[in-house]
Design a protein around this ligand. Structure first.
Ligand code: AMP
Length: 425
C-alpha cells in the first residue's frame, strides 16, 4: 500500500526546487546589501507566544494552529509565522543591549491549518525581514524599498504594493468605535463571521471577502481619515521618501492585515496570475510587540513573503542561473570505468558540474541519457581513448565529434579552456 503525503503538505521536486534556490540566493544578496543578517529560529514554540503576539481573536490563533501537548504537558505549536519567534529570540538574547538597531531576516516553513486550495497550503515557506529599534518614517521607507528591491531581483512582473496606515494607540480606539457603530448599523447586511467581528475584531470587517460585506464597505469609516497628527505626519513622510525613489505604492484603506499588533504603516503585495490567493507578501509596523513579549520598549517593522506563491510568478529572467551538468562523461565498457570516475572527480573538485553515466550499457542508451541531462559536451571514454590516452568530445549543440581531443590528465581549468577552443572551432 502506498502512503500519500498529508493533505496541504507537499513535495518540491527538482524542476521546482531550482526556483526556490534562485529565489533564496537572490534574496540573501539583497538582504546583505541592506545589512540585514540571518537569524535561524525554531519551528516549534510555546503556544502562548502566538496567543500573546498574534492575538486571541485572529483566525490563525482561533482555528489554524497546529498545537499539541508535549509529554510533560507543555502546550507547543508549529509556528504559523516568523515575527513572533524573531521577537522572542530578540528578547531572550537581549539583542537590544548589544545593538541599537537589529536587522534580521529568515527563511523557513510555517504551518497553518487552512483549507488547502491553489496557492494555499498547510505547510508553506516564508522569506521574512524584521527591523527592530527604529520608529522613524525613514525606517519604514527603507523596509519598503528593501521589499521593492526583492521583487525586482525576482523579476516579478505586475506585482503591486498596497499601503495603508492603521494608526496608533492614540487614534485607533476612537476609529475602532466608529467602525463598531458602523458595523452595528449594518448588522443585517453582514456575513456571520463579520457579525462576530463587530465586537471582537472590527478592523477585520474591512477586508472580508464575502460579496455582501465587500459591497457595503465603501460606506465604512476609513482609518486614514481618523489618523492623529503624529500618525498623519509619519505616513506622509513615508510616502514622500518612497516617492523620491520612484516607489509609489497604491493606497488601500481596506487593507488591515491579520495580526493584532500592527500599527501605523501596513502593506501588502499582490501579484497577477495567481487567482484568488494573490497576496505574495505583507507586513507592517508593530511598535509595542517587543514590550508585550517581555522586552524593552523597542519599535519594529517587518514583512514576510510567501515562497510557494513567489515561485509561481518568478520571472524567467531570474532563472538564468544554470545548475545543469556542463559535461557528461560516458565510460564505454567496464575497463573505462575507473578512468571515467577519476576524470569526473578531478574536474568536479576543480568546480566543473559533471555527470558520469554508468558503464556497461550500450553507447546508444548512454547517449540518450546524456542528452536528457542537457549538457553541451559529452566526453567519451572508450577503448581507443584508453589506449591512446586522449578522450573524445561530442559537442551536442553543434552535433560534432572531436576524436581524442582531450588529454586524460587535463585539470578543470585546462578542460574549460579546451572546451572553449572546441566550441570556437
Ligand atoms: P501573512 O503573514 O498571512 O500575511 O502571510 C504572508 C505571505 O505568506 C502571504 O502573502 C502568502 O504569500 C504567504 N502565505 C500565507 N499563508 C499561506 C498559505 N496557507 N499557503 C501558502 N502561502 C501562504
Amino acid at each position: 500500500m502506498k502512503i500519500p503525503a498529508v493533505k496541504g503538505f507537499r513535495d518540491v521536486l527538482p524542476d521546482e526546487s531550482i526556483r526556490w534556490w534562485v529565489l533564496e540566493e537572490r534574496a540573501r544578496a539583497v538582504f546583505h546589501r541592506y545589512n540585514f543578517r540571518e537569524v535561524r529560529i525554531p519551528i516549534v514554540e510555546r503556544t502562548d507566544l502566538f496567543q500573546r503576539s498574534i492575538g486571541e481573536t485572529t483566525d490563525i490563533v482561533e482555528k489554524e494552529m497546529y498545537t499539541f501537548a508535549d509529554k510533560d504537558g507543555t502546550m507547543l505549536t508549529l509556528r504559523p509565522e516568523g515575527t513572533a519567534s524573531v521577537v522572542r529570540a530578540y528578547v531572550e538574547h537581549a539583542l537590544a543591549q548589544h545593538e541599537r538597531v537589529s536587522k534580521l531576516y529568515y527563511f523557513g516553513p510555517m504551518f497553518r491549518r487552512e483549507r488547502p486550495q491553489k496557492g494555499r497550503l498547510r505547510q508553506f515557506s516564508q522569506i521574512g525581514a524584521e527591523l527592530l529599534g527604529r520608529d522613524d518614517a525613514a525606517a519604514d521607507a527603507e523596509t519598503l524599498l528593501l521589499l521593492y528591491d526583492l521583487l525586482a531581483a525576482f523579476a516579478i512582473e505586475g506585482a503591486e504594493v498596497q499601503l495603508n496606515s492603521l494608526g496608533c494607540h492614540t487614534c485607533r480606539p476612537a476609529y475602532r468605535e466608529a467602525l463598531v457603530t458602523w458595523g452595528r448599523a449594518h448588522f443585517d447586511e453582514l456575513c456571520d463571521d463579520c457579525r462576530r467581528r463587530v465586537d471582537q475584531n472590527p478592523l477585520r470587517l474591512l477586508d472580508c471577502k464575502q460579496p455582501g460585506c465587500a459591497a457595503i464597505r465603501d460606506s465604512a469609516p476609513r482609518m486614514l481619515d481618523h489618523l492623529c497628527a503624529e500618525c498623519q505626519a509619519h505616513f506622509a513622510r513615508v510616502r514622500e521618501l518612497l516617492r523620491r525613489e520612484g516607489a509609489e505604492p497604491r493606497l488601500n484603506p481596506y487593507m488591515v492585515r491579520g495580526l493584532d499588533y500592527y500599527c501605523r504603516t501596513a502593506f501588502e503585495v499582490v501579484a497577477s496570475g495567481l487567482g484568488a490567493q494573490n497576496a505574495i507578501g505583507g507586513g507592517g509596523r508593530y511598535d509595542g510587540l517587543v514590550r508585550a513579549l517581555g522586552g524593552p520598549d523597542v519599535a519594529g517593522i517587518g514583512f514576510a513573503l510567501g515562497v510557494e506563491r513567489l515561485v509561481m510568478v518568478l520571472g524567467e529572467r531570474a532563472l538564468e542561473a544554470d545548475v545543469r551538468p556542463e559535461v557528461v562523461v560516458l565510460p564505454v565498457g567496464e575497463a573505462a570505468e575507473a578512468l571515467a570516475v577519476a576524470v569526473a572527480h578531478r574536474w568536479r573538485t576543480g568546480g566543473v558540474r559533471v555527470e558520469v553515466e554508468s558503464a556497461g550499457r550500450s553507447l546508444k542508451s548512454q547517449m540518450r541519457q546524456a542528452d536528457k541531462h542537457g549538457a553541451r559536451f559529452v566526453v567519451i571514454v572508450g577503448e581507443d581513448e584508453l589506449a591512446g590516452g586522449a578522450l573524445t568530445v561530442r559537442d551536442m549543440d553543434a552535433r560534432r565529434d572531436h576524436p581524442r581531443a582531450l588529454g586524460v590528465h587535463l585539470t578543470a581549468e585546462e578542460l574549460r579552456a579546451a572546451l572553449a577552443r572546441l566550441s570556437a572551432a
